[in-house]
Ligand binder design. Sequence first.
Ligand code: TZP
Ligand code: MG
Length: 210
Amino acid sequence: MKDLDLSLYLVTDRSLSLNRPLEYIVEEAVKGGVTMVQLREKTCSSKEFYELAIRLKNCLKPFNIPLIINDRLDIALACDAEGLHIGQGDIPYDIARKLLGKDKIIGLSVENIQDAIDANKLDVDYIGISPVFSTPTKTDTAQAIGLEGVRQITQISKHRSVGIGGINRANAHDIIKCGADGISVVSAIMSADDPRSAAYELSELIECRG
Ligand code: TZP
Ligand code: MG
């Protein structure tokens, strides 16, 4: 098992960054306690995606925080990212693993119990339980699974997990109480006036595991 700290996983979306540079938000978020970062940008060209990935990789290197690329196996390979996150409709896990090798991190979104059962047959490094709550950040999602869904999935899954979708200060602790190893957020940090404090507050809530 890889030595991953999934506790506070930031997923990027520049459209929510209030015109601030992505590196600024990511660096502040990491200083506040973010433990993993996923580059997820749906509206840029491959060239721009690649350049962003390289910039983020350089920015995260001094902090020893892994950069995970959403969807794009080619970009993950090209920038030698620490990992790739795939959804149910993305490139199959086996192909991604074959091309990335055993040392890279591969995360998989699961949207229901059956996905989680199927994921137990794969050597993914973590699952993202998605979406926990419905969210304006991503509207083309499966039906929200709710806290009870998170509880059921963490019970049957052999993998470590993060919840994603509509997670904020008010519900972060609930996700951990349902057995997840961490939370994954977009707007709670990307759109925060002070991304460092937002990350710090979330990380405090996650640490209170009782
Ligand atoms: N996958 C499932 S929900 C979601 C993604 C990328 C967006 C989560 O955004 P937010 O702002 O944390 O609710
Ligand atoms: Mg995807």
